[in-house]
Structures are given as C-alpha cells and as structure tokens.
Design a protein around this ligand. Structure first.
Ligand SMILES: [Fe+2]
Length: 176
C-alpha cells in the first residue's frame, strides 16, 4: 500500500482534529468533541474532497478508498463506497473510530454481546451530513448496510496505522 501524506485541503481540519483527538485519548484518556465537529464539517457543505470515483464502488463488496495517512502513523482517513445491498459484517473495533455519511443514506444496527449471543441496542438511519456515535474501541458491535437504491459514500477516521488498515480495525463477532 502506498502511504498518502498529501491531504486535500478540505480534509486538513479533520486531520488536525484527529491528531489532537488521538493524542488526548492516549495521554489523558479524554475524547475531545472537536473531532466530531470537524467530521461533520467535512460531510456538509461543498465536500470538495468527494471525487466522482468515490461513487462508483465495487460490485463484489464495499470499497475502501485511502484518503490520508498520518505521517506519524497514528490514524488514517478513508472513504468507503457502499453500493445498494452491500453491508459490513457485524463487528466492533480494536481502535477508536469516527465516521459519518457524505452521500446517501446508511442504515446502522448496534449490538452488545454480554455472552455468546448478540443483543440489539438500536438502529439508526444516517443521512448525508450525519456523524455516527463515536467508538473508542469499546465493547459495542455494529453492522452498517446500504438498504437504499443509490450508492452511499461514508467518511471514516480510524486510530490505526496504515500497515494495519485491513486487519487492525474490525473485531468480528463472534471473535475469531
Ligand atoms: Fe465499523
């Protein structure tokens, strides 16, 4: 994978907020609200970072586009394209993550797993401009899916190094 250090100017405030967020979480255990504000700003208005190819997707599975890698390898910014009918597996996260919807509508189901079974907590329909509930790598699981007739584009920030992008984020249920 090729590291992406240059950043689209429209995403620069988000990267700054993600840097501060990750550092504060690590050193003080505090989740600063600036990350959610910066993410919401990136999802609303002009969204100049959103390119036409982000709406194309992959018919086989949801498609991840790497938009930015922190030079210190503390976080990555990605867009994900969800074609109609595509969904994630039920999963939690090994790392902190924040995401929201840039285009379209995404359905999110949240679960907890006190034992060997999943218990539904609730569902949310996330619309363009909405930010999902922040996950600090806690015990909650979720599954997101595109139940609409149009492509959906989401924007994600993960507290993970680029080298661990494919294996270091999703904690599948049941644990492998
Ligand atoms: Fe997730």
């Amino acid at each position: 994978m090729t590291p992406r250090h240059p950043i689209h100017p429209a995403l620069a405030p988000l990267a700054r907020a993600a840097k501060a967020f990750g550092r504060a979480l690590l050193t003080q255990g505090v989740a600063s609200p600036e990350l959610v504000v910066a993410l919401r700003n990136a999802l609303r208005g002009e969204r100049a970072w959103l390119r036409p190819e982000h709406r194309v997707g992959d018919p086989v599975r949801y498609m991840r586009h790497l938009l930015y890698v922190d030079p210190d390898d503390e976080f990555v910014v990605t867009a994900i394209t969800w074609l109609p009918g595509q969904s994630s597996p039920v999963h939690g996260h090994y790392v902190w993550c924040a995401f929201g919807v840039a285009d379209g509508e995404l359905f999110e189901e949240r679960f907890r797993a006190p034992g060997t079974m999943l218990e539904p907590i609730g569902t949310t329909l996330l619309r363009a401009g909405d930010v999902a509930e922040l996950d600090l790598g806690g015990p909650v699981y979720h599954r997101v899916s595109n139940r609409s007739a149009n492509a959906v584009v989401t924007l994600h920030v993960y507290g993970v190094s680029a080298a661990r992008l494919t294996t270091g984020i999703n904690r599948l249920f049941p644990d492998a």
